[in-house]
Design a protein around this ligand. Structure first.
Ligand code: SPD
Length: 283
């Protein structure tokens, strides 16, 4: 995987991406997964889990801004947010830019949090120390099945559906997410790069369709999640959230005083316009 000073991703059977390693900052196995953090001239610090790129300093803003700001601004009155996964803290940091009362992050691997604090401070910034952040080291599937808390928005910042992340793509888990959403709340999930992982979108969309009034997805192009658009799954019982007019999103965006580099109100609306090959996966 790291031969010749290059990281070669171990995710797809017949296609790969390679990233040059100019310095290995950390490499080990935690109880749950194999973690590598290295420096790359194009993307800055890169963290991989079990041979798959999870986050890079260079392009993290794209994925994290779109996962946080689209549902929060579409909802318009978010107080309580749940993040499942997301141990690098990048998504938590975006969520906390909003005037939420509480952002609970349930991450199964404490090692990822500790390493993010140490090696990826440009990504998590001071999010873990924000008094509104509640950090829970636990199984996210168990949390959504058992918690008494209720959330306006639930965000699933998972790995791919292998290893510890597999359960986070199953119907029982999504039913748990619905269980702990407040009425009209919004669930957003990472559903893979549609061109090469189409079955993730199809299977999650079918679960959403069985559980929620408004099953959907939106698209985001993240350079290091290569091979085209990543699908972010969307599920809510309130279809109005997905159909907010541009003027409403513009007003909320201006009021939130966000400093974003990918997200803007036009991208928010446009992200729900999917290419036909993605639409065809959602049936
Ligand atoms: N193919 C890898 C997808 C990883 C998505 N989650 C990354 C976590 C970033 N906070």
């Amino acid at each position: 995987m790291t031969a010749g000073g290059w990281f070669e991703e171990a995710i797809h059977a017949h296609a790969t991406q390679k990233l040059e390693i100019t310095q290995v900052l950390y490499s080990s196995d935690t109880e749950l997964q194999k973690i590598l953090i290295f420096e790359n001239p194009t993307f800055g610090r890169v963290m991989t889990l079990d041979g798959v790129v999870q986050v890079t300093e260079g392009d993290e803003f794209i994925y994290h801004e779109m996962m946080a700001h689209v549902p929060i601004l579409a909802h318009g009155a978010v107080r309580d947010v749940l993040i499942v996964g997301g141990g690098d803290g990048g998504l938590l940091e975006e969520v906390l830019k909003h005037p939420v009362a509480r952002a609970t992050m349930v991450e199964i691997d404490r090692g990822v949090l500790d390493l993010a604090r140490r090696y990826l401070p440009s990504i998590c910034k001071d999010a873990f120390d924000d008094p509104r952040a509640e950090l829970v080291i636990a199984d996210g599937a168990r949390h959504v099945a058992e918690t008494d808390a209720r959330y306006d928005v639930v965000l699933i910042d998972s790995t791919d559906p292998v290893g510890p992340g597999e359960v986070l793509f199953q119907r029982e888990f999504y039913a748990g997410c619905k269980r702990c959403l407040k009425p009209g709340g919004i669930l957003v999930t990472q559903n893979g790069v549609a061109f090469v992982q189409g079955e993730e979108l199809t299977s999650s969309w079918r679960h959403f369709d069985a559980l929620f009034a408004d099953p959907a997805a939106y698209a985001v192009a993240v350079p290091t999640y290569i091979w085209g658009f990543m699908a972010l799954g969307w599920a809510s019982d309130d279809p109005a959230h997905r159909r907010r007019p541009l003027a409403a999103i513009e007003e909320r965006y201006a009021a939130a005083e966000l400093d974003t580099r990918y997200y803007n109100p036009e991208i928010h609306l446009g992200a729900f316009a999917l290419p036909t090959y993605m639409k065809e996966l959602m049936r």
